[in-house]
Design a protein around this ligand. Sequence first.
Ligand code: F6P
Length: 534
Amino acid sequence: MSLRPVPPRCDETPAWAALAGHYQAHGRGFDLREAFARDPQRFESLSVEAGSIFADLSKNWLDAATLRCLLDLADQCGIQQRRQSLMNGEVLNTTEGRAALHTALRAPRGQGPFSAEVHAVLDAMLEFVEGVRQAGRIRHVVNIGIGGSDLGPQMAVPALQAFTHPDLTLHFISNVDAHDITHLLRRLSPHDTLFVVASKTFTTQETMANAHAAKAWFKAQGGRDIGAHFVATTTNVAAAADFGIRTTFGFWDWVGGRYSLWSAIGLPIALAIGAQHFRDLLAGAHAMDQHFAHTPLKRNLPILLGLLDIWYRNFHHLSSRNVAPYYQGLGRLPAYLQQLEMESNGKSVNLRGEPLEFATSPVIWGEPGTNGQHAYFQMLHQGTDVIPVEFILVKTPFHDLVESHAKLLANGLAQAQALMLGKNTDEARKETPPTASPNIDPVTLAHHRTFRGNRPSTTLVLDALTPHSLGQLLALYEHRVFVSGAIWGINSFDQWGVELGKAMCSKLLPRFQTGEMTGLDASTAGLLRRLISE
Ligand code: F6P
């Protein structure tokens, strides 16, 4: 593994200056409705297929000229070399001296770096999985982990519900708030429960607290064989053994937490969907890796989405992106993507350690459709901020309520359409208001009922949500986050921002016993006093 030279600063490239000029001349005033009227081929030219994912980018504030400038930026920032460095396992995570080789975890046997090690663990893990599924003694699996050791499996298991074992129920415990684990344990019994203690480091406060609580409960309920009911997924095999765990599936420091569901951290997913489907998930991700690695930039979906993110964040100054999966099984996808994107790209210095003079990660947030429509879509349609929305539509469901599914898809399509087309005040005036009030004149009412429209969205369409297509979708997001991070010249693979709060918590915790206030700021002291008062 070698260190790569630091890439050029994106904001010093000619393409960045060209984009700033293009924004002033065409970008600020871009109107989607006019763009469609001007170019009848807009949908065809701005939609891309990557494996089984169809992406419609045509409802975004861009055209061929914008794309040319963005592709120049990618080129001038050395995106091809950065991508090659990622795939080769070069040390991109310079502050921790590590590669970021999640792509190696899903490469077919015999391909990619560390293939022998990766497939040895995968084979052992999947053999264990099939053993548990076939023996039928375990009915409940409790994954204890947090962040990357929780969010991937917690998101993927319900997403793939149609493929899950009917007699195995998966539970996910993450928060140090014992509200969660105590409530769950009341409903379980030790003889048919398997605990997976998932932690890359096996030191994380929340995970260790919950693992010890589970062990205490297990013993108190008469459980005898810890080794048979607790397994670990970790890089810290020794700590797992100290805990009393005999079965550990390992991984490596070059697997980042938020990129780890493809590793042993995916054990709960494999237990739920079985070995073959887990291999399909990996194969789907690998197919997207191939698309990312080999497709020319202008048809390369992760590249295009990453560039679009730069265009909105740095030139239009949009600070958030909404993710709207119209598929209830993807209910935890926004939370998963929050960690993936915000922990990766929420940085304010470049690889040289210099402060950045431009914005990085947007806020990622969302809920499944149609629920979000009845909560915050009001703001998306009529609020003062423009928030690009990413709709995810799945053509064929795994249930047979065809009419419900048509309603779901129609809702998703209609929201994207309404965001773009809007409704002007004249149109609003011509309508008969459903509840015309005598206290408001029709003109004023029409202003309240006006939608400015021209609000951008991207729509991703999947034929069905299978392990393979989910693998593609998640790898697409990983690479898209890589692309914006690489252009910004930041380290997308460290997370120093979570350390300070952790360290302060360690120092505060003993004060809950001692009541010692010395050295605390007045606000923290005042609050602590209140929290510990008799
Ligand atoms: O939140 C910080 C973090 O280090 C994440 O990056 C990681 O996914 C999570 O904590 C859990 O860490 P571990 O797997 O070591 O318990």
